[in-house]
Design a protein around this ligand. Structure first.
Ligand SMILES: Cc1ncc(C[n+]2csc(CCOP(=O)(O)OP(=O)(O)O)c2C)c(N)n1
Length: 645
């Protein structure tokens, strides 16, 4: 892999080549949007010169798009995909004809917004405002594992209206991520017109205020772009420790005189007549008719495999066995501390990178921070950015963990997690304070909807431990496997679950397996599926019912995603009376999973779903459960009703 920005300036030949490439890429942008009759020419043309200079000069190689030492380039304003595809094709990442055939067409990798299935594209974007967090995630991972690549992030100027960018900007400045270089395509326009009319903002001042180096650059002058990027990469800046922003003065639609500075061409194709005029201005052939016929007759055949190192190298240690009741979050913190101690100085270990959101104490990461100070990052009350960051970092040979309350890591940041999922990322989102179990902090903090939220995210797995021993095993499992994994815990202390002999159910050599539910108590009259803080309550109901001569089977459904279909079907066939019992929304939690499983398999069974019927209030968890008909006594009553006793 070449070094980026090695020579002091562009040579005469390089400048001439870039100028020529600029004209052909501009024409390709017009061709792409004309062929699909949609897309974004305006920003593609204003960002084009920065893209060309970067792909020409950074440590990037079309022959090795996944090289470990490559620089990372995140295009946050993913709508400029025509500009990105034209640039990549110009440098030989693929044949532009493939993009002409496939752009914005079902089944093609050449999507309307850039996706990492295209070589040279680092991250799927399109939801504006997330790219700087992604870049900060790459840069944070590079720091943690001592890698020397630079991460570049391009953004729009309208995009600066997004608050998440401020979150990422402050994080990068706080952690002195001078391996991060951002640029803004400052063309003054966005969809609705002038950025100053849509939302007045002093972009430059915001970045300066947060401690970045800001370089003002003519965004269409290749020599100036090269010099500024080079200075940023080499830290030849006013504050060498700080990350650097290039504020690029640009013209929307640059190079096609009759659409320049016209915000209508932010996202509108040119007519054929206009395209012909554009090709004439650019000195390029007008071959739209031929390309259109080719596109009608052919689909693109371009396939590309994303290469990610999934081979996590960590000493996962031996699971701990607790015999005294404790909160799951303490067991989580203890497991993380143990993992940090085992691995922090171990050669070859992947760093475990933990990001908190001003709740380090509540999520019990203090021991981890002390054991591995350089692996702990306090992201502040900036959950959107932290969620996006850990998603990105997960692709960079570190194991990133985001820990805060469930409400702030699942509900607050749903779209960030969704985008990580679409990127095939593998963050660990390990949260506490879920459900009514939060207690006195009240309904704003009680995440009673994480099961449904996570079920929408196709790739994510979701595990909910029922006691400290299961927590320890789930945490070690999650840290050791490349997959997007959510772990949800409550706040309260939970008793140690035991088997009928009184031995810890999940202690010793017990293992956790995704998709496998475990029987906590056997029974023959009815079965209750529970998870998390409801399992020991179900056991209490089991004991109360046994005294009345009713036999209730208790199943711990700790793997919510994937779920254990066989366990549901077996129970339906052999017992026939089923209940779900959960600290989650009654409509969309485990009850819905069990109901759908029965329905999908055409199996009739009696099913009663017990869950949270309405937002909770502030109070002690036991009182909140009683308020919603979720106490062990309520479970007993429901079982008796179902059995007609
Ligand atoms: C979070 C989010 N909100 C809204 C949009 C829709 N959108 C796409 S592009 C755009 C305007 C972007 O303006 P700017 O960053 O200035 O890009 P340019 O117009 O220069 O291409 C908007 C609102 C989006 N993609 N993401």
């Amino acid at each position: 892999m070449r070094q980026g920005f090695e020579t002091p300036s562009l040579s005469v030949d390089q400048s001439a080549h870039l100028a020529e490439l600029r004209r052909s890429a501009a024409a390709d942008i017009v061709r792409l949007v004309s062929l699909s009759a949609s897309g974004h020419p305006g920003g593609s043309l204003s960002s084009l010169d920065a893209l060309l200079v970067l792909y020409a000069s950074a440590a990037l190689d079309p022959a090795a798009p996944h090289h470990a030492d490559r620089d990372r380039l995140v295009v946050s304003h993913g709508h400029i995909s025509p500009g990105v595809y034209a640039t990549l094709a110009g440098f030989g990442y693929f044949d532009i004809r493939e993009a002409f055939r496939g752009f914005r067409r079902a089944g093609s990798v050449f999507g309307g917004h850039v996706e990492s299935v295209v070589p040279g594209v680092e991250w799927n974007t399109g939801n504006l405002g997330q790219g700087l967090s992604v870049g900060a995630g790459f840069a944070m991972a590079a720091r943690a594992r001592g890698a020397s690549f630079t991460t570049f992030v391009g953004m729009g100027d309208g995009e600066q209206q997004k608050g998440q960018i401020g979150e990422a900007r402050r994080f990068a400045a706080k952690y002195k991520l001078n391996n991060l270089v951002a640029f803004i395509d400052f063309n003054g326009l966005q969809i609705g017109g002038k950025i100053s009319d849509v939302m007045p903002q002093d972009i430059r001042a915001s970045w300066v205020a947060d401690g970045w180096n800001v370089l003002d650059v003519d965004g269409h002058d290749h020599a100036a772009l090269y010099a500024a990027f080079r200075a940023a990469v080499r830290h030849e800046t006013a504050n060498p420790d700080a990350p650097t922003l290039l504020l690029l003065k640009t013209v929307m639609g640059k190079g096609i005189s009759f659409i320049e500075n016209d915000h209508n061409y932010h996202g509108q194709a040119l007519t054929d007549e206009m395209a012909a005029r554009a090709f004439a201005e650019l000195g390029q052939t007008s071959n739209l008719a031929e390309l259109r016929a080719d596109r009608a007759a052919n689909r693109d055949s371009f396939h590309h495999h994303i290469v990610v190192d999934r081979d996590i190298n960590l000493d996962l240690g031996e699971p701990l066995t607790y015999t005294e009741s404790n909160d799951c979050r303490s067991a989580y913190g203890n497991a993380m501390t143990d993992l940090a101690k085992r691995n922090v100085d171990r050669p070859g270990s992947w760093p475990i990178v933990a990001v908190s959101a001003d709740l380090e104490g509540s999520v019990k990461l203090g021991g981890f921070r002390k054991a591995a100070p350089n692996w702990f990052f306090e992201g502040g009350i900036a959950e959107h950015s932290s969620a996006a960051m850990v998603g990105a970092a997960s692709k960079e040979r570190v194991v990133p963990v985001f820990s805060t309350f469930g409400m702030f890591a699942f509900a607050e940041t749903y779209n960030q997690n969704r985008l990580s999922d679409q990127n095939g990322a593998a963050p660990k989102i390990i949260v506490t304070h879920c459900g009514l179990d939060v207690g006195e902090d009240g309904p704003t903090h009680q995440c009673i909807d994480y099961v449904s939220l996570l079920r929408n995210l196709y790739g994510f797995e979701l595990f909910v431990p029922a006691d400290p021993n299961e927590t320890d095993r789930i945490v070690r499992h999650a840290i050791g496997r490349y997959a997007p994994i959510a772990v949800a815990m409550g706040r309260s202390k939970l008793p140690i679950l035991t088997d009928e002999t009184g031995a810890p159910l999940y202690g010793g050599s017990a293992t956790f397996e995704p998709g496998r539910w475990t029987t906590v108590r056997n029974g023959t009259d009815a079965v209750v599926f529970a998870y998390g803080s409801m399992v020991y309550r179900a056991v209490a109901a089991h004991d109360l019912l046994r005294a009345k001569g009713i036999s209730l089977k208790v199943v711990n459904a700790s793997s919510l995603k994937p779920h254990d279909e066989a366990a549901i079907l077996d129970a339906a066939r052999s017992i026939g009376t089923l209940l779900t019992y959960e600290d989650q929304c009654v409509h969309t939690g485990l009850g819905a999973i069990v109901a759908a499983t029965l329905g999908d398999n055409g199996i009739a069974a009696r099913l009663r779903r017990l869950g949270v019927k309405q937002y909770g209030t502030s109070g002690k968890p036991d009182d909140l459960y009683a308020e919603q008909g979720l106490s062990p006594a309520d479970l007993v009553r429901n079982v008796e009703e179902l059995l007609g006793k």
